[in-house]
Ligand binder design. Structure first.
Ligand code: NCD
Length: 316
């Protein structure tokens, strides 16, 4: 098994065979998670610290569960209550935590690049749980596993990623991963929500949902990220739903067996109709949550193997 990385900061540095290695291991953990006795020891003796500088429900909970199911000591830092509020810089906080000798540091931060910067200052393995609009690698990996299990393969699929692409680290990481695995990717949304130069990533861009969804195997919806907008991106939520919200009629343009995905949290009635989200014949949104725990277990297991293989160095 080859996964020669010290950190998991993004999809960008991963090779296709490394992605497959990680997904294969995650598949085993998905089976394991459905069993009653969850007492694996891959992270036994290790300390995992979760530092979330931005709100999170699914990602933080699943990283915590993943660590505990592998036998790690897991600590969640309450970043709202931490010294960051007193003006301590990110790097000072990281150095302080580093002095407590964690083995794994899971970090979410509102600024793109902040997690990479932090990884340069600590001597443990760092996992990016989402940095600004940049990357969210474990989300793309859990999406890939969900697709592979639902479709039986992860190549030569037509995948429509729809909505607020411009503000989405989920879209960016998915685009990188699905492109590496040789899928056909369509980005669908209003031009105001498409990042400049996006065609360079090898995706087709559509501003019409029906055209963008035509014969798609996978329809991946994105949350409208209002917190990252400073006004003027969409006329109104009603109008947005009318043109870009996924409802039964728009979905009928995709393949009859197309699956519907959403990373959560969902704005029902804004980017997706609630009945589509809840339709167990189409929606794999709950599978995504389930695969999230398995993928995070696999990622931490692989990084921990690399940690154990290297002599421990102490950074001063
Ligand atoms: C995403 C995120 O935080 O980037 N959510 C998640 O991790 N499940 C997507 C979002 O916030 O819309």
């Amino acid at each position: 098994m080859r996964f020669d990385h010290r950190h998991l900061l993004g999809i960008e540095p991963l090779r296709p065979d490394e992605i497959t290695t990680l997904l294969d291991l995650a598949d085993q953990y998905a089976t394991y998670n459905r069993g009653r006795d969850k007492n694996a020891q891959a992270l036994a003796g290790m300390t995992q610290i979760n530092m979330f500088f931005e709100n999170s429900t699914r990602t933080q909970a699943s990283f915590e569960l993943a660590g505990k199911r592998l036998g790690a000591d897991v600590m969640n830092m309450a970043m709202q209550a931490s010294s960051i509020k007193k003006g301590e810089t990110l790097i000072d906080t990281a150095l302080t935590l580093n002095a407590m000798h964690p083995d794994l540091l899971v970090v979410r931060h509102p600024h793109s690049g902040a997690v990479d910067l932090l990884a340069q200052k600590v001597n443990c393995a760092v996992l990016n749980a989402g940095d600004g609009r940049h990357e969210h690698p474990t989300q793309a990996l859990l999406d890939a596993l969900t697709i592979r299990r639902a479709k039986g393969r992860l190549h030569r699929l037509t995948i429509a990623i729809c909505g607020d692409v411009a503000h989405s680290r989920v879209a960016r990481s998915n685009l990188l991963l699905l492109h590496k695995m040789e899928n056909r990717i369509r980005l669908v949304g209003p031009p105001t929500l498409m990042p400049a130069g996006i065609d360079a990533f090898g995706a087709e861009v559509y501003d019409d949902m029906r055209e963008g969804l035509r014969d798609a195997d996978v329809v991946m919806m994105l949350r409208l990220q209002k917190e990252r907008m400073d006004g003027g991106f969409i006329p109104s939520e009603r109008e947005y739903y009318h043109r870009y919200g996924l409802d039964a009629e728009k979905l009928s343009h995709a393949k009859p067996d197309a699956i519907v995905m959403h990373p959560g949290p969902m704005n029902r009635g804004v980017e997706i109709d609630g009945t589509i989200a809840d339709d167990i014949n189409r929606s794999v949104i709950q599978d995504q949550v389930e695969m999230g725990v398995a993928v995070r277990m696999a990622a931490m297991d692989l990084l921990a193997r690399n940690l154990r293989a290297r002599p421990k160095t102490v950074m001063v």
